[in-house]
Design a protein around this ligand. Structure first.
Ligand code: HEC
Length: 113
């Protein structure tokens, strides 16, 4: 009896810690974490949130297409197929990203403030 009482608070602390570790990444993913996906698909090699690397900053992309209802669909295609001529002389190479993730990536880029 005594042993059970003394181990119980300890066990629940572990349970809370374990839940926290599981929940935090889930929340980040649900919020459409652009940086996590961008890192996963190597977009971060050429793009950053607020400065030009090889490609334009996500903030600049969001500002350029603000209010453009067709932008998301066009940009999803362009991320997959690659292409150039919009931001400068350097084209973007094609990126091998599954449809669900390309949608999430473009949505989160267009929502960058
Ligand atoms: C090798 C470098 C490189 C990588 C990797 C790269 N990009 Fe790009 N990206 C560019 C360049 C360069 C441009 C500008 C192309 C242009 O001028 O049309 C660009 C443009 C864009 C645009 C704007 C396109 C437009 O027509 O306005 C989006 C959105 C974008 N990239 C998203 C991504 C995403 C998402 C990834 C990862 C899946 C990615 N990029 C990976 C170099 C890259």
């Amino acid at each position: 009896m005594r042993r059970i009482r003394s181990t119980k608070p300890y066990a629940s602390t572990i349970a809370v810690a374990a839940c926290t570790l599981l929940i935090i990444p889930t929340i980040a993913a649900a919020a459409g974490d652009a940086t996590a996906l961008a890192a996963k698909y190597n977009c971060s090699a050429c793009h950053a949130v607020d400065k030009t690397i090889v490609g334009p900053a996500y903030k600049a992309i969001a500002a350029k297409y603000a209010g453009d209802a067709g932008a998301a669909a066009r940009l999803e295609r362009k991320v997959k197929d690659g292409g150039g001529g919009v931001w400068g002389p350097v084209p973007m190479p094609p990126n091998n990203v599954p449809d669900g993730d390309v949608k999430a990536l473009v949505e989160s880029i267009l929502a960058t403030k």
